[in-house]
Design a protein around this ligand. Structure first.
Ligand code: SAM
Ligand code: SF4
Length: 334
């Protein structure tokens, strides 16, 4: 019952990303439409159900749990869930409990997160210009996020910044973002914009291939490839002059699915074996049909992992978007 999860391509699944809500206090233009319809609350897994599901994955060998959304820190009582998961850190079953956040609520929660054993947070930040920030997030305030990042640092959390590379939006801030992170000791990862969910505007217009971004970086710094791999999709370089680490997530221009070790659980209990494919498994139905008995749940998880595909099919070549998926990033989490 507890044999590890291995997919048909011999990849061990040791990393679960769980979206705890589809809601958010921002409306980033590449992520959400301005007027989103969110799920009725009864559709969501309760915190107890989230606990039961995540704990089942941890028993099956998941070592790293990333909490995401939507904005995870706007889910009511979310600290109850973090506190519950910290027992798996204490027992040694879980190596890392972490989250991806827009940072708006970190002033309120950073200390509590640290007390739950969270050591690192990923904060999404696409610009350091307050007006541009308001434009891209529609509802966000840069000052609040920067204050949240300060709160995370004060609480002893390591901060990694995630920046979506957007043509015509943050190209001119490339060096400023790198220097800002360097001065604070933050790692920085750039992400190519992915075709997920209907939004206003055209993603192809926004697409800034990271090979171009990398070439721009090389005009100012010496980039040294970092061989170490985290099992994730990012590739890293170190800037020799500053020692800073910069990551690149390039699902479009170059995909690294062959070493994928992760699966994603939505806030309604659908398990997606790949971010870029539509196949899913309804774990909520199994969970609710079998209260008090996890054996059918474990079986359903194993059947799902046996269907994990080799990779995604995102493609912007030939000047049109292909391989897109209908759901928004906020459903499966980034
Ligand atoms: N709200 C949290 C945040 O913004 O960090 C967590 C969820 S958000 C969906 C996770 C990550 O996905 C963010 O870094 C965001 O920039 C990224 N993201 C959202 N839509 C995207 C898209 N279409 N292509 C690439 N990245 C996207
Ligand atoms: Fe919200 Fe994160 Fe999506 Fe922005 S990227 S709308 S902060 S879920």
């Amino acid at each position: 019952m507890t044999a590890p999860l291995v997919d048909p391509f011999h990849r061990a699944v040791t990393y679960l990303r769980v979206s705890v809500t589809d809601r958010c206090d921002f409306r980033c233009s590449y992520c959400m439409a301005e007027h989103m319809t969110f799920l009725p609350r009864k559709e969501l897994l309760s915190l107890e159900e989230l606990d039961r599901l995540c704990s089942a994955f941890i028993r099956l060998g998941v070592r790293k749990l990333r909490v995401t959304g939507g904005e995870p820190l706007v889910r009511k009582d979310i600290m109850t869930f973090f506190r519950a998961m910290s027992r798996h850190l204490d027992s040694g079953a879980l190596e890392e409990l972490t989250l991806t956040t827009n940072g708006s609520q970190l002033r309120r929660f950073a200390r509590q997160l640290a007390a739950c054993g969270v050591r690192r947070v990923n904060v999404s930040l696409d610009t350091l210009d307050a007006q541009k920030f308001a434009r891209i997030t529609r509802w966000g305030r840069l000052a609040q996020v920067l204050d949240g990042i300060d709160a995370a640092t004060e609480a002893g959390l390591r901060v990694k910044i995630n920046t979506v590379a957007l043509k015509g939006f943050n190209e001119d801030e490339l060096f400023a973002l790198v220097e800002w992170c360097g001065a604070r000791g933050f790692d920085l990862t750039f992400i190519e914009v992915m075709p997920m969910g209907e939004v206003e505007g055209d993603r192809l217009d926004q697409f800034w291939p990271l090979v171009d971004l990398r070439a721009r970086l090389a005009e100012r710094w010496t980039l040294v490839d970092v061989p170490e791999r985290t099992g994730g999709p990012a590739r890293y370089v170190r800037l020799s002059e500053t020692g800073q680490r910069i990551g690149f997530i390039t699902p479009l221009s170059h995909n690294f699915c062959e070493s994928c070790n992760r699966v994603r659980l939505t806030c309604t209990g659908q398990l997606y074996m790949c971010l870029g494919q539509d196949d899913d498994a309804d774990l909520r139905a199994v969970l609710r049909a079998n209260p008090g008995d996890d054996a059918p749940l474990v079986e359903a998880i194993r059947r799902a992992i046996a269907r994990k595909p080799k990779g995604h099919d995102f493609d912007y070549s030939r000047s049109r978007v292909r391989g897109e998926v209908g759901r928004h990033m906020s459903v499966t989490g980034g």
